[in-house]
Design a protein around this ligand. Structure first.
Ligand code: SF4
Length: 403
């Protein structure tokens, strides 16, 4: 059974006003120690359950430490990583998210010695005004120094940037993109700012204190990114992700290609086989999504040493998780098509046909897109040109109506 592993580290030294991830700045050394101990127990309980119920060994092709700010910690990972190593593929990708301020030579050396071979650095912007607007706690020179240090230690580095923040100018975005290319990072994740309900930014937008960028302005930023990164030799993997050859993020592809992964930790999500096997046979396996409580203390209340649960669902519940029980075949199809059409791999039409129980019969708008060569059909794949990935909503409904 081959899976990915996502580990959520919900601690941050400061809280950014746009962020909707599960995180807290209210922690101390004891809580952190308890949290890592609970992660280890959860990992062991889950892997033991998979092996007991499937009769097969579990192996992980990628591990992703996301947050929160995983880069706040170093030796705390050793117990968990030792356990993970018992199930790890030889060439596994191990990513660590960090902020520019956490990066120093000793942290990098330690992570490297533990097998971390990919870093994702939350730069967000290199504009002074942008860093203030986004309430980040680093400045541009700290970020540039961190990138240099990181690349020297671990060459597989991703830079996160955000566009569409209030007051961002076209020139500022062009400068961020130029500095990204000049920095030498081989991977870029560029996200448009979202105003999530439960964040200070979301509240400000609701009260009219800040006006989100228009779709046209965001689309212009996207076009600029495609032009600059394309000219610099990056390949466009997914609407928000670009990689130089050999530096695509394997873990991301699990999400985009609807592959299974285990999530552990407060607020972590997981996606596992719904039919108890993962061997790619002809059954339509729409998978099962689950999540663990976002609150660290609630999460800690559910960390048994082991579980004898008979089913995956019972095991997730025993560990305090919730299953997404609202998923039906229609919502699975929406979820899959919406994600897949924004990627270089495109949509697996035979998978959709199995879920929909209907053959693919392109609607006129899709037929026209095929004629205009902004979409291509190659065997069972339907791919859209990257320029269209940004218009995912309208294309998704046309594709869904084609079954
Ligand atoms: S953006 Fe990152 S550093 Fe900021 S609050 Fe969210 S998880 Fe923490």
């Amino acid at each position: 059974m081959r899976l990915g592993l996502y580990v959520h580290i919900p601690f941050c030294s400061f809280l950014c006003h746009y962020c909707d991830f599960a995180k807290t700045a209210n922690y101390d050394a004891i809580l952190v120690q308890d949290y890592f101990a609970a992660l280890l127990k959860q990992f062991r309980s889950m892997t033991a359950h998979f092996e007991r119920t499937s009769g097969r060994p579990v192996s992980f092709s990628s591990v992703y430490f996301g947050g929160g700010t995983p880069g706040l910690f170093t030796s705390e990972y050793s117990g968990l990583l030792n356990a993970v190593y018992e199930h790890l593929d030889n060439d596994a990708e191990i990513s660590m998210e960090c902020n520019p301020k956490n990066l120093n030579k000793s942290a990098l050396d330690l992570w490297k010695s533990m097998g971390v071979n990919r870093l994702s650095i939350g730069v967000q912007t290199l504009q002074k005004v942008g860093l203030e607007v986004l309430t980040r706690d680093h400045d541009a020179s700290t970020a540039l120094r961190a990138l240099e240090l990181a690349l020297h230690a671990i060459p597989n580095v991703n830079m996160d940037l955000i566009y569409g923040w209030p007051g961002q100018s076209e020139e500022g975005w062009a400068s961020d993109l130029k500095q990204l290319v000049n920095s030498g990072v081989p991977h870029a994740s560029l996200y448009s700012l979202t105003y999530e309900d439960r964040t200070p930014f979301g509240r400000m937008a609701r009260r009219g204190k800040v006006r989100p960028e228009t779709d046209d302005a965001l689309s212009d930023r996207y076009v600029a990114a495609r032009e600059v990164l394309g000219a610099a030799g990056f390949e466009h993997d997914e609407v928000s992700n670009w990689a130089r050859s050999g530096f695509t993020c394997r873990h991301n592809w699990l999400y985009w290609d609807f592959k299974h992964f285990v999530g552990i930790g407060a607020g972590a999500h997981g996606f596992l086989s719904a039919i108890g096997d993962d061997d790619g046979d002809d059954d339509v396996d729409v998978g099962m999504r689950y999540s663990f409580p976002r609150d660290v203390r609630s999460f800690l209340r559910h960390s048994p040493e082991s579980t004898n649960a008979a089913t995956l669902m019972a095991m997730v519940r025993e560990l305090g998780g919730e299953l997404d029980e609202g998923r039906d075949l229609d919502s699975v199809l929406i979820e899959y098509v919406g994600g897949a059409l924004r990627t270089r791999h495109g949509i697996d039409l035979s998978f959709c046909e199995k879920i929909a129980g209907q053959p693919f019969s392109p609607r006129p708008v899709i037929a026209e897109a095929l004629k205009r060569q902004i979409a291509w059909r190659e065997g069972n794949r339907l791919r859209f040109a990257p320029a269209e990935w940004f218009r995912e909503n309208s294309w998704a409904s046309e594709v869904l109506l084609s079954f």
